[in-house]
Ligand binder design. Structure first.
Ligand SMILES: C[S@@+](CC[C@H](N)C(=O)[O-])C[C@H]1O[C@@H](n2cnc3c(N)ncnc32)[C@H](O)[C@@H]1O
Length: 476
C-alpha cells in the first residue's frame, strides 16, 4: 500500500497562469513557496505551530484561493513527509544532512516534497527550490541544492521507497521511513492497536492525511441547520457535528460568536458519553478539570444547561482558562486551578471530565510538525501527572458519580496503563462499558471496542477522527 503522503498532490502545475495579488512583482506561486518556507523555518527555530502561524502569514501576504491552498499544502506536506524526504536526500547528497545548514536543508525538503508528492513538474520544482536556495543561502549553496534535487528527480517516490524503505528487513524501520513517522511512534502506535496491530499501515497512512474540518453546534446555542446554511454537511457520527468541506470556519457567524466551534467528532463523542453515562442520584454539578482551550467544555456546558446542570471548567493555565471562557456562556463557571491540588471539596461533583495533558499522538493529522518535536521521554514526563490527576478526579466525584478519563493519544502508557494502575487495589471504582455508552449517543458508531476492558478507542483510519481514548469510571 502506498504511503498516504504520496497522495497529497499539489492541485496545480507551476505553469498555471498566475492570478490573485501580486505584491512583490513575483508570481504568487513563488510567494506561496516562500511563505511555506518561512513557516517551516519558524516551526524549526521557534517551536511555532504551523496551523496557528500559517493563517496569519497567508493573510499578511495577501495569499488567497489556490495560492493559499498551495502554500498550505507545501507547508503541511513538507513537515509531514520530512522523515521520508530526509532518507531520500541523504542518498542524493554527498554531505551528511546534519552538516547542511538548517535553512538550506529545509529548502531541500520543500523541493523534495514538490518533486515526489505533488503534480508540479520536476523541472519547475527544482528550479524554484534552487531560486529559493539562492535567496536564503547564496549562489554556491544554490548550486549544491541544484545537484541534490536533480538527483532526487531521477526517480518517483515509489522507486525511492523501494530503496530507502525496502521490504523484508526491520519492519518498524521500513514503516518509519515509508510513512514518515519516528520509529518510537510507529512502535507505540502498533502496540496501542493491540490485537489489531496489522492495521498499523492504515493508521500511519491516515495520520498523513489532512483531516476534514468538523464543526459542533453547541445545543441550545446553535443549530445544525445554521451550519448547513453556511455550507456545512451532516457529520457521520456526532449528533451535533457537521463537516465543512471548504471555506474558513471563522467566517461562520455561529463559530465567531462561540455558539458553535471547530471540534473533531471523537472529541464531541467522548464529551457526550460522559453526559450519557448512567448515574444514580443528583445530576447537577459537572466539572471539566483540564478544560483549556475549551472544545469539550463548550459542548458539556451547553448539554449541562439543557439537563438543568451547571459546568465548572477549570485549567491550570490562566490563558487557557481565558480561551474556555470564549467557548461557554455565562451559565458555566470558569476558574484557574491545579486539578492535582484542587480548589473544590471531595465528592463535590456528579460528573467529571478529565481530558489530561498528553503527547497528542492521536492528533498527528492536525499537527504536522508534532511527530518530530519530542521523543519518547515525553511519555515518561506526562504519565505521573496523568495518574495524579486521575486520582484527584476520582476524589472530586461523589459516590455514584462518573469520571471520564480521556486522552488524544492512544499510547498504552498514557491510557489503559494509567487507568489500570490508578484503579489497582481500589474497590470503590467500577469501569463502565464506554463503547456501549458511546453507542447510545452515536448509534452508527462501531469499532471502538477492543477486547472486554470497557475502554473505547477511536482511530483515524477507522473513524476518520483523531485517535482518542475513553474510560468511564463510576465511584461506588
Ligand atoms: C488535552 S488539554 C485539554 C483539552 C480540552 N479538554 C479541550 O477539549 O479543549 C489539557 C489541558 O490540561 C491543562 N493542565 C495541565 N496540567 C494541569 C493541571 N495540573 N491542572 C489542571 N489543568 C492542567 C493544560 O493547560 C491543558 O489546557
Amino acid at each position: 500500500m502506498p504511503p498516504a503522503h504520496r497522495d497529497q498532490r499539489g492541485r496545480r502545475g507551476a505553469g498555471r497562469r498566475p492570478g490573485g495579488p501580486r505584491r512583490t512583482g513575483r508570481p504568487p506561486e513563488d510567494l506561496a513557496r516562500r511563505t511555506a518556507f518561512d513557516v517551516i523555518r519558524a516551526v524549526q527555530t521557534r517551536d511555532a505551530y504551523a496551523n496557528l502561524l500559517l493563517p496569519g502569514r497567508l493573510r499578511s501576504r495577501g495569499l488567497t484561493g489556490r495560492d493559499a491552498a498551495l502554500a498550505t499544502e507545501l507547508t503541511y506536506g513538507t513537515l509531514r513527509g520530512r522523515g521520508t524526504y530526509d532518507a531520500v536526500l541523504a542518498l542524493c547528497s554527498d554531505r551528511d544532512l546534519r552538516r547542511i545548514d538548517p535553512p538550506l536543508l529545509d529548502v531541500l525538503r520543500l523541493g523534495a516534497h514538490q518533486i515526489l508528492a505533488t503534480r508540479i513538474p520536476s523541472h519547475a520544482a527544482v528550479g524554484t527550490a534552487v531560486e529559493l536556495a539562492r535567496s536564503v543561502a547564496g549562489p554556491a549553496r544554490a548550486k549544491f541544492a541544484n545537484a541534490v534535487l536533480r538527483k532526487v528527480a531521477t526517480r518517483d517516490l515509489e522507486a525511492w521507497l523501494d530503496i530507502v524503505a525496502p521490504r523484508g528487513g526491520d519492519e518498524v524501520a521500513r514503516l518509519s521511513v515509508a510513512y514518515s513517522h519516528p520509529a518510537w511512534i510507529v512502535s507505540a502506535l502498533r502496540d496501542s492497536l493491540g490485537p489489531d496491530r496489522d492495521e498499523i499501515e492504515r493508521l500511519l497512512a491516515a495520520d498523513n492525511e489532512r483531516p476534514r474540518v468538523t464543526l459542533v453546534a453547541r445545543p441550545g446555542r446553535a443549530t445544525l441547520e445554521e451550519l448547513y446554511e453556511a455550507g456545512a454537511e451532516p457529520a457521520p457520527l456526532s449528533p451535533y457535528g457537521a463537516v465543512l468541506p471548504e471555506g474558513d470556519p471563522g467566517a461562520i457567524a455561529a463559530v465567531r460568536e462561540g455558539r458553535a466551534g471547530v471540534q473533531d467528532e471523537a472529541s464531541q463523542l467522548v464529551a457526550l458519553a460522559l453526559t450519557a453515562a448512567p448515574l444514580e442520584g443528583p445530576d447537577a454539578r459537572w466539572l471539566d478539570m483540564c478544560a483549556g482551550p475549551g472544545g469539550k467544555a463548550g459542548l458539556l456546558a451547553a448539554v449541562a444547561a439543557q439537563h438543568g446542570a451547571r459546568l465548572l471548567a477549570s485549567d491550570l493555565q490562566p490563558h487557557r482558562a481565558g480561551l474556555v471562557a470564549g467557548a461557554v456562556d455565562d451559565r458555566a463557571g470558569v476558574i484557574v486551578a491545579d486539578g492535582a491540588a484542587p480548589a473544590w471539596r471531595p465528592g463535590a461533583f456528579d460528573r467529571v471530565l478529565l481530558d489530561v495533558p498528553c503527547t497528542g499522538l492521536g492528533a498527528l493529522r492536525r499537527r504536522p510538525e508534532a511527530r518530530w518535536r519530542r521523543g519518547p521521554e515525553a511519555v515518561a514526563e506526562l504519565t505521573p501527572l496523568q495518574r495524579r490527576l486521575l486520582a484527584s478526579a476520582l476524589e472530586a466525584v461523589r459516590p455514584g458519580g462518573v469520571v471520564a478519563y480521556v486522552t488524544c493519544s492512544p499510547h498504552l502508557a498514557e491510557t489503559s496503563v494509567v487507568v489500570d494502575d490508578v484503579l489497582d487495589g481500589r474497590d470503590d471504582v467500577e469501569r463502565l462499558d464506554a463503547p456501549a455508552v458511546l453507542a447510545s449517543v452515536a448509534p452508527g458508531l462501531t469499532g471502538v471496542a477492543a477486547g472486554k476492558d470497557g475502554y473505547a478507542r477511536f482511530w483515524p483510519h477507522r473513524h476518520g477522527t483523531d485517535a482518542m481514548f475513553l474510560a468511564l469510571l463510576r465511584r461506588r
